[in-house]
Design a protein around this ligand. Structure first.
Ligand SMILES: NC(=O)c1ccc[n+]([C@@H]2O[C@H](COP(=O)([O-])OP(=O)(O)OC[C@H]3O[C@@H](n4cnc5c(N)ncnc54)[C@H](O)[C@@H]3O)[C@@H](O)[C@H]2O)c1
Ligand SMILES: O=C(O)CC[C@@H](O)C(=O)O
Length: 634
């Protein structure tokens, strides 16, 4: 938490949909009407009245009266509501409990909701009970809600204005709320500023009249240079998630308070150039290409998450030169690819695909011709990395003889045997499976010459990257019978969304299994990725740790404790650290920890410093020659 404090203004906070994520009265109705067959309808009517009242479309007092009539609540329902509301306090209010309790004399809740449920929830975060101004219910002897206290000014139209008038606050008064009645306090001249609070709901009519928007309480505190939990409000940081990544990712970023946009498909270069301009974190899978041109438009981008294994779709060097860290999820879907490869090789070597197709046409062809076991056959793998090694172990367990060719020296697992050339591997194998990475140099490593080297009747599989195989040559090899069966999951040109058509020379060829790049698409793998990649990105954003990055100097940092952390990314030229240290010495800034890592493009310096520094010091750090990016965490 920062120690920056100024003289705090009076802060008037709305409760429903601002202090909490929900409307208390709507939730009370949902509880009270739990056993009512008309529940959905009545709760809908109540929500409708709430919305109309909040956006100024109907008299607030009239709306409130109608809502109470529809409610049929009693005291026991209020108890249940309080427990529920405790779980629905807005994230940014929870994060800033310290600010709320340390500035309790300056803060008021002014709400058209009800004290009976507001006081127990708000006081837990440090709000004074006598600073909660809200309506009160009237109960009958059985504890049923029969009306509201009409002597309370908040039950009347313009109630919040009258209340504020009565408070006679001297000094600056700022109002934070999501409703039109909150804005009216500013309109009346009694408040100096109105912040439309949009963390939970964004009411067009309210946002239109607001002089400020607060996307979270941190945003409000940042705007007013007040003590807050986040050095820079996360609600101002935009995260763009493409290609339908697992919802766990959306949840992870939203829970941290980021402003997240979720898109189902991929975007092409031009669309991306436009959309990426205000984005700080982007999440993609294999179909979005982050090219140099895209990066040239990405002025705010700090990190890229590849929600997959492959990162060939990203210009990694260009990203590094711009101080943008890239993370992926190695191993996350390795097992899924291996299982598909095993399944496919069995189906292909048994010639199952044409047999199954014939059955669908009503034809019965019971024969063993052209059907073999995998046991005792030679599996040849090109690429012996994460997938290759795991496939080798499973294939051996099924009695296959495993051979591999890898460009770099690799020790074999189990009885797998290394061969020294690709040509040798191709010429000895009964089943060939490609598991190389997708670097550009691997384009068309398997073409006509390579198919000619293979055994007649070979089974061929590519679940790595599409551009690795010359598809035309594969189609010819299948037609000529050289390849007796093929399993292809990846293609040189793949549709960007499920709506686009798929085109390929392989369509309609016999004993060919075509799958839409789903080798890694299992629920298990996608969920793991949906947790893993956001965790890496959040560590980088919140703590500066770059451990696991595929293009950044890797640093695993301790958690930030009672100090501020300066993250400085610079071109890898000599002398930057010395220049930074000179600034620390000249400005008397005390260093409590320092880390430096470099790679061929950039240097990454992390310095933990005591909290006493000046704006001038920050400016000097930013101006060090070679600085690419600089940020401060606390
Ligand atoms: N189909 C899918 O859904 C899916 C899912 C996951 C991964 N993949 C792809 O599978 C491939 C393998 O993934 P991985 O995790 O095992 O990668 P990896 O980086 O662990 O292994 C790749 C191996 O290939 C070797 N290699 C690279 N080029 C070579 C060449 N020309 N000749 C011989 N060896 C070469 C490397 O040295 C390395 O050992 C990648 O292209 C990845 O993108 C596809
Ligand atoms: O999910 C994807 O789009 C890609 C899956 C796979 O090719 C990977 O690289 O992990």
């Amino acid at each position: 938490m920062s120690t920056l404090t100024l003289t705090s203004p009076y802060i008037i906070i709305d409760f429903d949909s601002t202090f909490t994520k929900v409307e208390g009265l709507d939730e009370l109705a949902a509880i009270a009407l739990a056993n009512n067959p008309e529940r959905e309808k009545i709760v809908g009517q109540i929500r409708n009245l709430t919305d109309k009242g909040m956006s100024g479309e109907m008299s607030f007092a009239e709306g409130l009266r109608q809502r109470i009539d529809l409610l049929s609540g009693n005291r026991s329902h209020i108890e249940e509501l309080i427990s529920f509301l405790r779980t629905k306090v807005s994230d940014s209010f929870l994060r800033n409990k310290q600010f709320l309790s340390e500035n309790t004399d300056q803060i008021y809740i002014v709400s058209s909701g009800f004290k009976e449920f507001i006081v127990p929830v708000a006081t837990e975060l440090g709000i004074r009970a006598d600073h909660v101004f809200a309506n009160e219910f009237l109960f009958d002897e059985e504890g049923n809600i029969v009306g509201i206290d009409t002597d309370n000014v908040l039950s009347t139209d313009g109630g919040k204005i009258k209340l504020l008038e009565n408070l006679k606050l001297e000094g600056e008064v700022y109002v934070i709320g999501d409703g039109y009645t909150d804005y009216q306090m500013k309109e009346s001249g009694l408040a100096d500023r109105f912040y439309a609070f949009t963390e939970n709901v964004e009411r067009e009519k309210v946002v239109a009249v607001a002089d400020h928007i607060a996307t979270s309480l941190d945003d409000f505190l940042f705007d007013n240079k007040l003590m807050r939990s986040q050095s820079y409000p996360k609600s101002r940081i935009k995260v763009l998630l493409l290609e339908n990544v697992h919802p766990a990712a959306l949840k992870a970023f939203e829970e941290e308070g980021f402003n997240v946009e979720f898109v189902k498909g991929a975007l092409d270069e031009d669309e991306l150039c436009e959309r990426i301009k205000d984005v700080s974190i982007i999440g993609i899978r294999s179909k979005t290409n982050i090219t140099k041109k895209v990066l040239e438009h990405a002025n705010k981008l700090m990190a890229i998450g590849a929600f997959c294994i492959g990162t060939n779709q990203i210009d990694l060097d260009e990203a590094a030169k711009r101080g943008i860290a890239v993370f992926n999820a190695p191993y996350s879907n390795t097992r899924s690819v291996v299982e598909l490869a095993i399944g496919e090789m069995i189906l292909l070597i048994r010639n199952i695909v044409p047999k199954s197709n014939m059955m669908h046409e009503g034809k019965w062809d019971k024969s063993a011709n052209g059907s073999f076991e995998v046991r005792g056959k030679k599996l040849g793998m090109v690429g012996y990395g994460s997938i290759g090694t795991q496939l080798s172990v499973v294939a051996e367990a099924m009695g296959m003889e495993v051979f591999f060719y890898d460009e770099i020296e690799k020790l074999s697992l189990g009885n797998a045997r290394k061969v020294s050339t690709l040509d040798e591997l191709l010429s000895i194998s009964d089943v060939i499976s490609l598991h190389v990475d997708g670097r550009k140099e691997n384009t068309n490593i398997i073409g006509k010459r390579e198919f000619d080297l293979m055994k007649d009747g070979v089974i061929f599989m590519n679940l790595s990257r599409g551009h690795v195989v010359d598809i035309k040559a594969l189609a010819e090899a299948i037609k000529s019978g050289k390849v007796a069966g093929a399993g292809v999951d990846v293609f040189p040109k793949e549709p960007k969304t499920n709506k686009e058509a798929f085109e390929s020379e392989l369509i309609g060829l016999p004993n060919v299994i075509l799958t839409p790049h789903i080798g890694g698409s299992t629920e298990e793998a996608q969920e793991n990725i949906g947790h893993f990649v956001p965790a890496k990105l959040l560590e980088f954003m919140n703590n500066g740790s770059s451990y696991g990055s595929v293009n950044f100097p890797e640093v695993q940092l301790p958690k930030l404790k009672d100090s501020h952390r300066l993250l400085h990314i610079h071109a890898n030229v000599p002398g930057v650290l010395a220049k930074l240290n000179r600034i620390f010495a000249d400005t008397n800034v005390n260093i409590t920890g320092q880390y430096l890592k470099t790679n061929e493009h950039i240097g990454y310096v992390i310095v933990d410093i005591s909290k006493k520094y000046t704006e001038e010091f920050i400016q000097m750090v930013k101006e060090v020659d070679g600085t690419i990016r600089f940020r401060m965490l606390y």
